[in-house]
Design a protein around this ligand. Structure first.
Ligand code: 4AD
Ligand code: MG
Length: 477
């Protein structure tokens, strides 16, 4: 008999018909009611067992997380809170789960405990909801770009270049670390390594994506990205997924428009397609907010917040304007910031970004025209000679969601900048070629996918929105 998903059955009105379903037991109460889940939806279907006519031995094996196969009759439910249930006629245990050993009990566990059991935490409502939303978000990302004429490009994961110039990279080598050959200077001789040169895991696909934008016009990447920065925060991962659109002939204004339209569209997609999961996560967040002091509680519920962002304009502010707001704000004057705002040109820390979005503007903010000294080499220099056409999209509760820029398309200016920063022209010869052969204004940005998932699900730690997080001192699973 054809197997139905729990989701299909919960929306079905084929009462009194025989149905077949497989899944895992969430709870079993009164020796009678199985709450069955198969991952197709946050909701369980109730399966009612005729316990008087079922062997005791079999009943004992219906434990939390046991895999079961059920055949029965779809019935209109008598109980509150559900419309259909299955009156079980045949039950088979596919895989037992010993309740004395199974770590995830049907009670509230801490997120820390669940992180240690990342292979099982997906069996909880919270994580299954988060990961279904994550999946829908990634579909929404592809949908947006594919419907808007972008080509999906897969840029290399192993790379010889350091796109961000930050040097926070993981080395890739197949040398035996104890026996790496040395050159005459006594340094490791990478010419003998697999690729004949020093290579790393990529921190961004941007530079390669730029070369593709110079032929395909509109491109985007969506792939894994690696950073060996030792930031043990709730916003950083060592391995995360980044989305990087790059568009020929777009200037910074068009780039800001794209980032805003893109984010709103993707949020709109999940609001439309993940209603049950978002309702669950909304409620979860409300419960969690109640445990916080009044002053720290969010003014909006999750769904309300997502609708707000999807339907209101982001505020666009130059770095210089933001700097003035921050310099004159109360927390700065009262020396409440860990990093005081004094001189124009300082890099903004997350406390400053969050002040701007959460306290001052109370909406997503796009900061642009940053001081050249705090941004990457490839950003286009403004006529003032000291700011670059950079943009960061800042989100409430998250801080930086997007980092992007209009790229420096003038060969001489780019070369001068690289010389200033000691970036070897020979290493980036292919990147410089794009400026020699038909150079054009172009722009793009990178959005950290997990930060988007974090915002959309209302979770508070980035480790809880990727299946198996990679962070300093942690690569279990
Ligand atoms: O601002 P970033 O470093 O920009 C770039 O890499 C550019 N090459 C992007 C481009 O213009 N094509 O990183 C982009 C975004 C950040 O805004 C943030 O959302 C995310 O990537 N991000 C991280 N997310 C999780 N963990 C980390 N360690 C992250 N570092 C950056
Ligand atoms: Mg950035």
């Amino acid at each position: 008999m054809k197997r139905s998903s729990v989701k299909e059955l919960l929306h079905s009105d084929k009462f009194l018909q025989e149905v077949h379903v497989k899944g895992w037991v969430r709870t079993f109460r009164s020796n009678r009611f199985i709450a069955l889940n198969d991952g197709s939806t946050i909701n369980n279907i109730q399966c009612v067992v005729d316990f008087e006519n079922t062997e005791e031995e079999l009943l004992k094996r219906i434990t939390t997380s046991a895999a079961v196969s059920i055949t029965g009759t779809l019935t209109e439910s008598q109980g509150k809170g559900q419309s259909v249930e299955i009156t079980v006629t045949k039950l088979e245990i596919l895989g037992d789960s010993n309740p004395d050993e199974y770590p995830i009990q049907p009670k509230k566990h801490s997120l820390e405990f669940l992180r240690e059991n990342a292979h099982l935490r997906i069996r909880t409502n919270t994580f299954s909801a988060v990961m279904r939303v994550r999946s829908a978000l990634s579909f929404g990302v592809h949908k947006y770009f594919q419907e808007n004429g972008f080509n999906y490009v897969n840029t290399p994961i192993i790379t010889g270049s350091d796109a961000e110039g930050a040097g926070e990279m993981f080395h890739v080598s197949n040398f035996d670390t104890n026996k790496a050959p040395l050159n005459e200077a006594g340094e490791i001789d990478y010419t003998q390594d697999f690729f004949g040169k020093e290579t790393n895991l990529t921190v961004s696909g941007q530079l390669e994506a730029e070369t593709y934008a110079m032929a395909l016009g509109k491109v985007y990447t969506f792939g894994p990205t690696f950073r060996a920065e030792n930031s043990n925060t709730t916003r950083h991962l060592a391995e995360f997924w980044m989305i990087e659109p790059e568009v020929a002939f777009n200037d910074l204004d068009a780039n800001m428009d794209l980032s805003e339209d893109f984010i709103k569209s993707v949020l709109g997609y999940v609001l439309e397609n993940c209603k049950d999961d978002l309702a669950f996560l909304d409620n979860r967040l409300t419960q969690e907010e109640k445990t916080k002091p009044q002053a720290e509680r969010s003014e909006m519920g999750l769904i309300e917040k997502l609708n707000f962002v999807a339907n209101n304009n982001f505020k666009r502010v130059s770095y210089t304007e933001a700097f003035e707001i921050l310099r004159n704000c109360k927390p700065n004057k009262k020396k409440k910031f860990q990093f005081p705002i004094t001189e124009w040109g300082v890099d903004l820390q997350s406390e400053h970004e969050r002040y701007l979005v959460e306290k001052h503007f109370k909406c997503p903010v796009i900061l642009f025209d940053y001081p050249a000294t705090i941004k990457a080499f490839y950003m286009r220099l403004n006529d003032d000679g000291k700011t670059v056409r950079a943009m960061d999209v800042l989100f409430p509760g998250i801080g930086e969601m997007v980092g992007g820029s209009q790229r420096e398309e003038r060969l001489d200016v780019l070369k001068a900048k690289m010389a200033d920063l000691n970036i070897d022209e020979e290493e980036l010869w292919w990147y410089l070629d794009t400026r020699k052969f038909g150079t054009a204004v172009h722009s793009g940005f990178g959005l950290g996918f997990e930060r988007l998932v974090l915002f959309t699900t209302g979770m508070s730690n980035i480790r809880d929105v990727i299946p198996f997080p990679r962070t300093p001192q942690n690569a279990e699973f």
